[in-house]
Design a protein around this ligand. Sequence first.
Ligand code: 26W
Length: 817
Amino acid sequence: MTEITAPKSPVTTAEFADGIREQLKYGQGVTPEQATPADVYVASSLVVRHYLQDAWFKTQQDMVNGKTKAVGYLSAEFLIGKQLRNALLNAGMLDQFDEAVESLGFDPQTVVDAEYEPALGNGGLGRLAACYVDSLASLGVPAFGYGIQYRYGIFRQEFDSEGRQVEKPEYWLANEEPWGHVDYNRSQKVSFGGTVVEENGRKVWKPAWSVRAVPVDYMVPGYASGRVDTLRLWSARSYDEFDLLTFNKSEYLDAVKPKVEAENISKILYPEDSTPQGKRLRLEQQYFFVAASIQDVIRVFYPGQSNPDLTTLPDKITFQLNDTHPVIGIPELMRVLIDEYGYDWATAWDITTKTFNYTCHTLLPEALEVWPADLIGELLPRHLEIINEINDHFLEELKGKTRDKEKIERMRIVTNEENPKVRMAYLATAGGSHVNGVAELHSQLLKDVTLRDFSDLYPDKFTNVTNGVTPRRFIRLANPRLSNLITEGLGTDKWLSDLEMLKGLEPLAKDDEFVKKFAAVKQANKEDFAAYAKREYGFELDPNTMFNSMIKRLHEYKRQSLKILALIAKYADIKSGKVSVDDVLPRTVIFGAKSAPGYYLAKMTIQLINNVARVVNNDPDIKGKLHVYYPWNYNVRLAQHLIPATDLDEQISQAGKEASGTGNMKFALNGALTVGTLDGANVEIRERVGAENFFLFGMTVDEVDALYAQGYHPAVYYERDPRLKAAIDMVADGTFSNGDRNTYAPLVADWLTKDWFMTLADFTAYCDIQGEIEALYRDPLEWNRKALLNVANSGYFSSDRAIQDYLDKIWHTGPLA
Ligand code: 26W
């Protein structure tokens, strides 16, 4: 195999091995003979940190001393995945690690496997944040990711004997975690509750209790950039144990939250995606990490200054709000500027609006956070005052822009009702410089629908940045075979920092020999995945079948039900003899998805998929032509194994519902073909890879809207397509529930009477395109040619390009000199 020339290594193999020995001795307290793979993992990680330390210092010094504005990416989630191999790759130490570990008598893969995955995110939004800090560092841009170090990440998913999802706590910090450096000496105090009083004509917030925000720092090494950025995740601790002198005596008893309550703040990641739970603790989390981050920024950029000139803040840093979760940062910065540093309202507002920008990641109205004003008042009384004042000023400003009173009413940040609510998306739009969606179509719909009044009056605020994914983790680490072939094809490995270079592979799609090599890579990856699935899950996958994957959160709008109904229809056709089993293209369907714990229909869909798998996989009539597998606990690691092994990827959301998708990009870049709707970034993927290399089906956004308007009756579709009828009947009749007709009755009833995301309306188109897919798959050379063209034309979907777009359109900054 051609070896990838990684960035120049700062260390030799012998030095790396010595470093491990030393860490084992002084850190783990074991000899190399006593050491376990987990010990060697910890020691190796610390060696990597050690070699990154100087670059980290230098990046921070250059950031503080130089003139380049930094980026503060505020995000409640960073789904970073395993760290060791990624850090080794980016720092240029992969080979040194492998050889050093081998020289000590260990298998590198076993050592890497000892790492426990930090699962500090729900899905797309959290993984995107992780890709973005990787790209910021790789581009050499000074940046902080700011978030929360949850003690429990997203739950660990198991299935019970009935195939139902069971949630288990994900205590990822049970063992030594060498990447996060706990920096007690840079802690910040974050306060809550209490009252606001007036003293000498000034508002003074007298909080009722405080927690200590302790930063846990993760190095974010850039790929071949020599720069190391910082991911600073805050952990909540109580003051009661350590610092009795923080408060005077009378305040003390009130001020100190019991340890358990204080630490609850960073205890658990909320597993809901797309419906905000009106939970007090969630608001506490949001304020906790944002308040700590703002104080931290002032500490870093104005060190030791008691009277800093904060009008320069927008030149020092730009804050990106990753969805509405950190939006409380807007009133918080106003409070800090006015109450703590004595700025007047206008100056504070000017600084604040220049510092913040907002990315929206959804189109589902129920996912736009709205907080009861009462709750904010209880937890953050001063902030509620400020929000109300922002609202008043904003309404005044609107009067100068439009005479349309209804429009002004609709745009209220704080609603006008008995129990007023604060609309965080509106606050973010009013309180920042830019608002962006995450794919062209999504940004357009934000302007036309979700934030229409705002885009009418503030058209210049709105822009688009199409999402991207890091090629380091999702091509180079996940798919070394393809990486080597790309490097061979292009004659250089520079594509890892300039992904548009993949275009150079396009002519090779005409070269049958190259296409065959490409096909061999996919085949080998499928064999690897089959072995992995056997080892990890006990599954028996046949790598000589088409691997067809659907991995993403389980949600009605994503329409896993469409996939499973089509599969059941196929099964029903074989069972009824309409289709001869001998004519069926052998296919292995793989699902990976977690459902929010309280999401009833999503959980029922999981149960259905598991039971379809049980029935179909064990039915001798099927002769092994159809297999369904549902590896539990889908996470970054599983994605890295499955994506390179996939032939066909499913992106079948109802048009207008998936903001972007990022899995779609990872699959295209790894040479899977996509079957998908015109939704999110699918639109742009299809444009780039070519319509003839993408399986498009289903209604468009306009058709969806028209159908809603006309009145949608799903039962019509059930009656119209016998395949659909057969499939739904089979779910209803107990085939997948040991004869019990009640098990899926609520799901069936929903399909036939509501079907909000129009699964039934798209069913026929979805089944019809399967013929095309299967015909192409029977011609391996043509299939792989198209898959290769997907790789060649997907370079645009690098997170480096996305970050460059943010730099150009929104942040107006760049790499350190
Ligand atoms: C407050 C509850 C909550 C939690 C998370 C509401 C909404 C969210 C996120 C917005 C959900 C999410 O992850 N959105 C996804 O973001 C990805 C990155 O931009 C997109 O690719 C996905 O299409 C979008 O669903």
